[in-house]
Write a protein that binds this ligand. Structure first.
Ligand SMILES: C[S@@+](CC[C@H](N)C(=O)[O-])C[C@H]1O[C@@H](n2cnc3c(N)ncnc32)[C@H](O)[C@@H]1O
Length: 222
């Protein structure tokens, strides 16, 4: 590992420690949440590169595209997309996670293509219209900090998209039980997307933990 990468890891771990101390619903209590092969950083979830491959997100790599990542966490998707797209914005209501994203963008020399907003999604507005919006485990979050209805959340996405722009939705992890709030939330999300976007594809995969699943939807704005 180079000296600069060691320094970046030190910065990230120090910000994660501060984040865990200040946020009682932190995702990073046991181990860091996101993983990123490009910077040799390991966490709980599959690496950003593997998730991009498995979800087919490289279909959105386009040097002209403007991308928004809701709930951008450590900013690893923002950075990887910025290497392939025109500009990428991340929204993350957590100053420590925002600083991690900025540090990684600086290390990868893509700061001028990235911008992070420290705000909950429902207060976010932008003069940019986006070609692609990613909502990866960021609607009806496990930390309880995102609780808009599917109608409010995906209507706001619709407004932020350029005509023909794409929404890619990954649900939180759920058990298939009618009373499970995460099961209900993903079902509401899929229904709203099916009824309000075009060319909608949906699918479901096991989440990795026994009896838990994630659903996915890809749609375009009319
Ligand atoms: C389960 S993590 C998913 C992170 C990332 N999207 C991914 O899939 O790797 C959910 C993220 O959403 C963020 N979040 C929570 N409430 C939010 C809100 N109201 N608006 C935007 N992001 C939110 C959390 O801080 C966290 O980083």
């Amino acid at each position: 590992m180079t000296k600069n990468l060691r320094l970046l890891h030190k910065t990230i771990y120090s910000l994660i420690n501060e984040e865990v101390r200040s946020n009682n619903v932190s995702y990073n209590k046991r181990e860091p949440y996101q993983s990123y092969e490009r910077i040799k950083f390991n966490g709980l979830r599959w690496s950003v590169e593997k998730r991009i491959r498995e979800y087919g997100l490289d279909r959105f790599f386009n040097p002209e595209s403007k991308v928004l990542d809701i709930g951008s966490n450590f900013g690893f998707f923002v950075c990887e997309f910025a290497l392939h797209c025109n500009l990428v914005h991340g929204i993350e209501p957590n100053p420590y996670l925002i600083k991690i994203g900025e540090a990684v963008a600086s290390y990868l020399n893509i700061s001028e293509k990235t911008l992070f907003f420290d705000a909950p999604f429902n207060t976010f507005s932008s003069s940019t219209t986006y070609d692609v919006i990613l909502s990866l485990a960021s609607f009806f979050t496990q930390d309880g900090r995102e609780r808009c209805s599917a109608e409010e959340y995906f209507s706001q996405i619709n407004q932020l998209l350029a005509r023909g722009g794409s929404i890619f939705y990954e649900s939180t992890s759920y058990k298939k039980e009618k009373s499970n709030p995460h099961f209900i939330a993903q079902s509401n999300a899929l229904n709203f997307i099916k009824n309000n976007f075009i060319s909608v594809e949906t699918w479901e995969t096991p989440s990795g933990s026994e009896k838990y699943f994630r659903s996915f939807a890809l749609g375009k704005k009319y």
